[in-house]
Design a protein around this ligand. Structure first.
Ligand code: FAD
Ligand code: NAP
Ligand code: SF4
Length: 675
């Protein structure tokens, strides 16, 4: 049998050291870096990824000084006494034959701290703190900070460092006139603006010697106005190579860019073309990045010569065993990152520990574990949505005898609806993963089986888990039974005809998704890199500074009005790091959004509403789609309780409010681990 993924799995010889394959686990701030007491957890987290085969791991960012903090008292490596805790991490990774680099991240004006500094005193749109402009001496001192931090990382046992030079952080802020208005030797002409990263690499190389990896994360496309030109990016890339960089990692877009770069609506490997372009100009190994979550995609990029390595960050959160499973020829067993950001980046921005929607054990390796069941029980799980799938597979893995009932003809529950939304195609991967897991763990799946309480009682189960989800809330106003009124299931699943003018009642996650479904004409820019680039203004010719130009969105398929009763901005409750994308995408399609309404009645003319309590308005439309939230479906509970069968509620059947798949999967795991 031929070796699977021969290009991804081929070692990379760096001369003094060899990487066992071409995968790089990209840097992610998990929150565990910020406190010394969390380092045992951090070590366990990295150890699993090293055991799972990651070729080279990069830690979350550590500031080289307090001025470079991401947030006050956050992760930093600038003092000798901070070294000790890191030994746990490096030792754990090396024991598993892995290699690990520490990322040095100076936040510059993105620092959420009153001490933040930058090239110039220009506030960023994403932090409330205005930075202080560094003095000329301050710049020299900062270069020394980088060198000292790298030296300390070497003492802590790291195999190298990654210098974060992208995403709009400190180094990026020196590179472009947008944020650098200095008139000393660090500002003005590009030759001055690019001096900082080059001097940093030189100083770091001098501090750590020749046999230590230096990765530089170079912003290859800024995706902001007045960003770097392609010629400047190439000039800098060559100078960094000269200065002693070992690997050049790709950075895509500043954090303040208005182009999605890692969300699920971004096509897979959408930005690999930028790395491929750079390949023609430098000889050192290049790392491609962003929305690479599949071993075949990774292998193809290396085979085609577009890159020498592939960075995957979130995919290693979703599955620590990603590489081992690929190497064993079992890609179908990989728990694929669906790029939702809900449990990783959204947590980071909310100052919570990261985890993963599809893998609740991520970052909880020392806490969320299960062992073989002490006594084997016969257990029924009702409902094969995310909650039931998670529960059933963990129960079976522990050795219980599990029957999983699903009334539909396929597993997945509401994920079967979600995956039909343009930009959410990845949700199908979770269904594929669980289909395999069911087979591997021996869960007995009973599809097309709407099980009743009497069946469960008659079958003598020791325990029952109710994961029967939700039912959509119906509208209780005059005319709610008008033929123009449809539910989101009628529209997305049953594909009932929808008119030219549509009103959507409810602007939660589902309301936004349904609007996205209806503004497209069956096409999904997430499956087509050219369409995505046009839609969001990515200049794939790279003729403009920052590689960013005016978006040219495809015209909307129909005219849509979204409504909610709350007065707040529509979409306020959507994900912290993805909500803006949904709002911007619909704004580009001229979706009209009205808050603070009350619904009066529906008739042949459309939807009659009151706005602001008194002004009456008619939303003329030919279709009204109700996305007004959900209520729990737990019809079987009472009978099961009366029959004294221990019954557990999880996911939507436990609580419909604030339900998402993150909670559903985690609850399934936790209940199953405890039985
Ligand atoms: P469900 O997924 O509803 O599954 C319940 C299952 O039980 C169903 O398959 C049902 O057929 C079955 N069932 C019910 N009664 C019986 C019975 N008596 N016998 C047998 N089977 C039965 N969440 C996110 O976190 N992120 C998103 O981006 C996201 N996008 C979404 C987009 C859309 C369009 C929709 C509709 C939902 C989205 N969700 C999203 C919500 C997410 O899918 C739900 O939170 C999640 O599916 C809830 O899981 P669950 O297992 O509790 O319930
Ligand atoms: P939701 O987010 O709770 O939104 C429900 C919407 O219905 C709100 O806009 C609400 O606004 C409105 N509403 C509630 N009761 C109503 C009533 N009686 N009459 C009219 N309108 C009413 O729920 P959802 O959109 O159904 O989504 C379900 C779950 O799936 C969510 O909890 C969400 O987390 C998850 N999901 C997540 C995503 C994502 O991208 N992360 C995407 C889709 C779904 P008013 O009360 O102001 O009118
Ligand atoms: Fe990927 Fe979502 Fe998990 Fe983050 S939470 S790692 S984006 S699947």
């Amino acid at each position: 049998m031929s070796t699977p993924y021969p290009h991804l799995l081929e070692p990379l010889d760096l001369g003094y050291t060899k990487l066992r394959n071409r995968s790089l686990m990209g840097s992610m701030h998990t929150g565990m870096e910020d406190r010394a007491s969390d380092f045992p957890k951090l070590a366990a987290y990295f150890k699993e990824r090293a055991e799972g085969g990651a070729g080279l791991i990069v830690t979350g960012g550590f500031a080289p000084s307090v001025e470079g903090w991401l947030s006050p008292f956050g992760s930093k490596l600038s003092m000798s006494w901070e070294v000790g805790r890191h030994h746990q991490v490096t030792h754990a990774v090396h024991q598993a034959d892995g290699k690990i680099c520490l990322q040095i991240l100076h936040a510059g004006r993105y620092g959420y701290s009153p001490l933040c500094v930058s090239a110039s005193a220009l506030k960023s749109p994403i932090s409330k703190f205005k930075p202080r402009a560094l003095s000329t001496r301050g710049v020299y001192r900062t270069i020394e900070d980088y060198a000292r931090s790298a030296k300390l990382a070497q003492r802590a046992g790291y195999d190298g460092v990654e210098i974060m030079g992208s995403e709009g952080y400190f180094i990026n802020q020196f590179l472009v006139s947008r944020t650098n208005q200095r008139d000393d030797e660090w500002g003005g002409e590009f030759v001055n603006r690019m001096r900082l990263p080059v001097e940093i690499v030189k100083a770091v190389r001098q501090a750590v010697g020749e046999e230590f990896i230096i990765i530089f994360r170079l912003s290859m496309i800024d995706l902001v106005e007045e960003g770097s030109s392609w010629e400047e990016v190439v000039t800098l890339g060559k100078a960094l190579e000269e200065a002693g960089t070992t690997l050049l990692n790709t950075g895509i877009g500043w954090h303040e860019a208005r182009v999605p770069t890692i969300a699920t609506s971004v096509p897979r490997a959408a930005f690999a073309w930028v790395t491929a372009r750079m390949k023609q100009h430098v000889a050192l190994p290049l790392v491609a990045t962003n929305r690479i979550n599949d071993p075949q995609v990774a292998d193809d990029l290396i085979r085609s010569g577009d890159a020498d390595m592939v960075s995957m960050a979130r995919p290693f959160l979703a599955d620590a065993e990603f590489i081992n499973k690929a190497a064993a020829g079992h890609p179908e067993q990989i728990n694929t990152c669906i790029a939702c950001n809900q449990a990783c980046l959204d947590h980071t921005f909310a100052m919570q520990r990261s985890t993963c929607l599809v893998n609740p054990r991520a970052c909880y390796e020392t806490e969320l574990n299960f062992s073989a069941a002490e006594s084997k029980k016969k257990i029924a799980v009702v409902g094969a949505g995310p909650a039931g799938l998670s529960a059933a597979t963990v129960l079976a893995e522990r050795g219980h005898d599990v029957d999983l009932y699903e009334k539909a003809g396929e597993i997945g529950g509401q994920f079967n609806i979600a995956k039909q939304i343009p930009g959410k195609e990845e949700f199908d991967e979770t269904i594929r993963y669980f289909n395999n897991k069911i087979e591997l763990t021996g869960v007995k799946l009973k599809l097309n089986h709407a099980v009743g309480a009497a069946d469960l009682i008659a079958a003598n189960y020791d325990e029952v888990i109710l994961a029967s989800g939700i039912r959509p809330r119906t509208l209780q106003i005059e005319g709610a039974d008008h033929p123009m009124v449809l539910s989101y299931i009628d529209v997305v699943v049953d594909k009932k005809p929808v008119g030219e003018k549509v009103a959507i009642i409810g602007a939660g996650g589902i309301g936004f998704d349904v609007a996205e479904f209806l503004v497209h004409q069956g096409q999904s820019p997430s499956l087509d890199i050219d369409a995505f680039n046009k839609e969001w203004g990515v200049d794939s010719e790279y003729l403009t500074r920052g590689g960013y130009q005016r978006p040219q969105p495809h015209p909307p398929a129909r005219q849509i009005t979204m409504l909610q009763r709350k007065k707040s901005k529509l979409g306020k409750g959507l994900g912290k790091t993805t909500g803006w994308i949904h709002r911007a995408a619909l704004a580009m399609k001229q979706v009209n959004m009205i808050g603070g309404v009350s619904y009066e009645r529906i008739d042949d003319r459309g939807l009659h509403i009151l706005v602001g309590g008194n002004s009456s308005q008619l939303i003329e439309c030919d279709t009204i789609v109700v996305c007004a939230g959900q209520i729990s479906r737990r019809d079987l509970l009472q009978e099961l309780q009366t029959a004294e069968i221990p019954t557990h509620l999880i996911g939507g059947s436990k609580l419909a409010g604030e339900l998402d798949a993150k909670r559903a999967i985690r609850e399934g795991f936790e209940v199953a681990a405890a039985i």
